[in-house]
Design a protein around this ligand. Sequence first.
Ligand code: PLP
Length: 282
Amino acid sequence: MTEQRSVAIWRDGAAVAVPADEPVLTAADHGLVRGDGAFESVAVLDGRTPHLAAHLARLARSAALLEIPPPGDDVWHALVDAVLVRWRAETEGVLRLFLTRGPGDEAPPTALALLAPVPAETVRQRTAGISVVSLSLGIPADFRAQAPWLLGGAKTLSYAVNMAAYRHAHRLGADDVVLTSLEGELLEGPTSTVVWAAGGTLHTPPTETGILPGTTVARLFERAEADGWPTARSHGTVDDLHAADAVWLMSGVRGAAPVHTLDGVRRADAGLTARVRGLLAR
Ligand code: PLP
């Protein structure tokens, strides 16, 4: 059987496939009530998840930062298998893995998987590029490193602010956002990592700023270095992006989306996107 969406939940020690329109959480689940949990968005290509290991490693780190007992990779693999078995390989998918604190009262955390087609708009942005506005997050760039309660570096379910930043950008006529610190230092996109090419080097902000460590940028930087393209974790500003040879917002599902407009100003792309795409596709 094939479906447009595929869902599985961990129940009584097994991955259970659930009809996509059937409720899977109780109203008391802390993921629902407080956004208290973590998630991952994993690319599904040709019916496979080539980058799953990096996402599971980050999910385990997020769980540790949130102090939620991690269910372990076997549970996630069983859930992934349960949703993939009903998936058409030719449909590019986004697999979301959710871990919540559960409904409380000694109940175990909730672990579930949801597989859906990649939205057409995501595919369009990957090829056509994006316009981006810079918006301040209003916290100093060095603050989250010494403030564990802010959960810097964790991919938590509390994405309401990230989604509000998108809606604000859309009202301004842009596709996406580059978030900056109180002092104007580059941080990340609401669901992506900022990467820019300048002086023959690929740059991305350091994770000490509390941004999410991106799995896509990690893969790109490893392959770029092997290919003779130097990489650096650099403190940058929006002016650095205006002056750069190319700028991308990167994530596992959308890939490298080239930024063609920044705060209303068209910017050049020195033809480097093909090389970046080639490195990511290897
Ligand atoms: N930063 C944030 C806030 C994100 O939500 C994401 C993607 O989920 C990324 C960066 C990019 O991470 P990845 O390349 O692992 O998809």
